[in-house]
Design a protein around this ligand. Structure first.
Ligand SMILES: [Zn+2]
Ligand SMILES: [Zn+2]
Length: 152
């Protein structure tokens, strides 16, 4: 790419990411990858579809899931499954971060890896097991919900 202006930057970045991972560049992949990188993270497929549609025109939820899976499989996107919530997507930064989920409003925020390297937690599994990562979800109340909750 030639020198990109601010407006072109997310597009250039998405293009570079797709090319680096060896993926074929399609309008749907570009639109969803840009929607993910432009968001603050942790959007579900429906919200991402809505954003991507502004670029691609009508996009089915099934097509959205297919693209999100392809991007996840290629290591460009991180998919987080939190029980009781639809899967959330964010750009994969390989930083092994965890998530805090508010029980009341469902807000999700990143929690830095407590150790700095996967799998981050000590286990007592036999050495024959090759542990690669740990997914930790911290549950509680966010500051807003905590302030709104009646004092107990
Ligand atoms: Zn909350
Ligand atoms: Zn996250």
């Amino acid at each position: 790419m030639t020198t990109a202006t601010t407006g072109e930057e997310p597009m250039a970045l998405a293009l570079a990411r797709l090319r680096t991972s060896g993926m074929r560049v399609t309008a749907q992949r570009m639109a969803l990858l840009m929607a993910i990188s432009e968001s603050a993270g942790h959007l579900d497929a429906d919200a991402l579809r809505e954003r991507a549609q502004r670029v691609t025109g009508s996009l089915s939820l099934q097509a959205t899931y297919n693209v999100l899976r392809a991007l996840t499989d290629a290591g460009l996107v991180r998919c987080t499954q939190i029980s009781g919530h639809p899967a959330r997507y964010e750009i994969e930064r390989h930083d092994n971060h965890h998530h805090f989920v508010c029980r009341s409003c469902g807000a999700i925020r990143d929690v830095e890896c407590t150790v700095g390297a996967a799998p981050c937690l000590e286990t007592h599994l036999p050495a024959e097991y090759d542990i690669q990562e740990a997914a930790v979800t911290f549950w509680g109340l966010c500051p807003d919900c905590r302030a709104a909750a009646p004092a107990s």
